[in-house]
Design a protein around this ligand. Structure first.
Ligand SMILES: Cc1cc2nc3c(=O)[nH]c(=O)nc-3n(C[C@H](O)[C@H](O)[C@H](O)COP(=O)(O)OP(=O)(O)OC[C@H]3O[C@@H](n4cnc5c(N)ncnc54)[C@H](O)[C@@H]3O)c2cc1C
Ligand code: FES
Ligand code: FES
Length: 467
């Protein structure tokens, strides 16, 4: 029995856990405010808020209901646009109206839910963070400027917010109906779902790959729902290792203090990965096992020389991430096995780290080519180096030979030019919708040079590299 609170109503349902939350909301509960646009996580028309009880407090995040398996709603508070409607418009709704941020109105519930969720964050707001909150929402009518103005004015209204208790502050100021105050107690009364992993059942994390690829099959399969398995979620240090458990989402990784200390620019880099709601849902194990040759998270962990802990529920084995991929979507993973965690040795500072990605759109798009460089120098000589690259091979590729070549050399134009020649021998791009093989070889070259141009402004010359 899946049990959760939808707006102010307790739901107990025997519906299949692989049904989409969107269909349950619209057709099962007849709440049509949540719109159906793309059904692929791209447009944000179906955005709802998902509240989870943690240490007595409910923390909300935006998710796309079209890719959320209903089973992932168990034990949570799901809020649709109907759930925040009151007699008068809330200040978020008013800001959209006053700034002419709505025309046909199809996208508006999604924007309102993303912005209301932003107000619920236990941190201060500013213009940029308010605009980041709507990174997963598309509007065909307004041209965005009016919506951005609304977001800016909402961030201004958040100046006095009590970040330690945003819910009661928002209820008091008429952003949220009063029933929000009773949600923690109600959620506390719902028993946790059974979370042992059963053989023969399909594993699903956030669903952001599987629910796009085979929604019909998922709606009929027996599922192992790992997304809310608290024992499989978290980022922590153990001895010299950083451990990221399998069901940790991209946003949890980005917001982890440990990861921010290891990759200082992680926030900027991860903004190029999907959108706010997709990063709230997509997990590290899902990214790795989906085995897309352009998987962004996988690129980071290849360059960090990560290893995987793989379990069959009885024993655990370890394998280097770079050896996990055997061919296009072929993995060193038996049907009864699952990923437990991803771990890597925390590199000793100082070192250089950079991410480059080219896609058709800067944001909310998958890469044509992406690459990560980790490089450590000692006395101006490269002591350690690891480079990953995507979109130029059937698998997410670790550049073994290029990385090896660079070790023991100085960062100089000639060395980088010679290393790029080795890179070209290691890759095997094909022509597809994201570009021709020739174009991808060119991108691989430019992005490889871009690492050095960005990180070593004084040691390399753009003119010489590109001559
Ligand atoms: C609109 C949109 C934009 C996107 N943009 C990007 C992007 O910019 N960059 C990018 O890299 N990706 C992107 N993605 C892809 C996706 O969000 C990520 O790959 C995500 O990390 C997948 O995680 P998940 O938990 O949702 O996977 P799921 O769909 O739940 O699962 C994917 C696969 O992993 C398996 N799996 C999950 N957990 C485990 C486990 N513990 N052990 C074994 N197998 C497991 C599942 O069985 C399935 O085969 C995008 C997706 C969408 C919908
Ligand atoms: S319908 Fe487009 S993101 Fe869900
Ligand atoms: S107002 Fe029409 S899609 Fe945004």
């Amino acid at each position: 029995m899946i049990t959760f609170i939808l707006n102010d109503k307790l739901i107990k349902t025997d519906a299949h856990p692989g049904t989409t939350l969107l269909d349950f909301i619209r057709y099962g509960q007849e709440l049509p405010g949540t719109k159906i646009g793309c059904r692929e996580g791209d447009c944000g028309a179906c955005t709802v808020m998902e509240g989870k009880l943690r240490n007595g407090k409910v923390q909300y995040k935006s998710i796309v209901s079209c890719l959320t398996p209903l089973g992932n709603a168990h034990g949570k508070h799901i809020v649709t646009i109907e759930g925040i409607n009151m007699k008068e418009l809330s200040p978020v709704q008013s800001a959209i109206v006053e700034n002419s941020g709505t025309q046909c109105g199809f996208c508006t519930p999604g924007f309102i839910m993303s912005l209301t969720c932003h107000c619920l964050e236990e941190k201060p707001s500013d213009k940029n963070s308010a605009i980041d909150a709507i990174s997963g929402n598309i509007c065909r009518c307004t041209g965005y400027k009016s919506i951005e103005k609304a977001a800016e004015s909402i961030s201004g209204l958040m100046k006095d917010k009590n970040i330690n208790n945003p819910i009661s502050w928002l209820v008091d100021k008429n952003y949220l109906p009063e029933y929000f105050l009773s949600i923690p107690k109600q959620l506390g009364g719902i028993s946790k779902a059974e979370n042992s992993i059963k053989k023969g059942k399909k594993i699903i994390g956030g669903g952001t790959d599987l629910m796009v690829q085979k929604p019909e099959a998922i709606a009929e399969s027996e599922l192992n729902l790992l997304f809310d398995n608290d024992e499989m979620t978290g980022v922590f240090a153990e001895k010299n290792n950083c451990i990221i458990q399998a069901s940790t989402t991209a946003n949890m990784i980005m917001n982890s203090e440990l990861m921010q200390s290891i990759i200082q620019e992680i926030k900027g880099f991860f903004k190029l990965v999907s959108s706010e709601p997709i990063r709230n849902m997509g997990t590290i194990a899902g990214n790795i096992v989906n085995a897309s040759p352009i998987a962004d998270l996988t690129m980071f962990f290849l360059a960090l020389k990560a290893q995987l802990s793989i379990s069959d529920s009885k024993s655990t084995r370890t394998i280097a991430l770079k050896d996990f991929y055997l061919g296009y979507k072929k993995l060193d993973l038996k049907p009864e096995e699952f990923i437990q965690d991803v771990f890597f040795k925390i590199p000793e500072k100082p070192y250089h780290f950079n991410f480059e990605k080219v896609s058709k759109r800067t944001y909310l798009d998958i890469a044509s080519v992406n690459t990560v460089l980790y490089l450590k120098e000692k006395n101006d000589i490269i002591e350690d180096c690891a480079i990953s690259i995507g979109g130029v091979s059937p698998i997410p590729l670790f550049l073994n030979e290029t990385s090896k070549f660079l070790i023991g050399k100085a960062v100089e134009n000639d060395t980088i030019i010679a290393a790029e020649k080795i890179l070209q021998q290691e890759i095997s791009p094909i022509s597809d919708v994201r570009g021709s093989d020739k174009y991808k070889r060119l991108l691989a070259r430019q992005l490889f040079f871009a690492h050095f141009i960005k990180l070593f402004t004084k040691k390399v010359s753009v003119k010489e590299l590109l001559s």
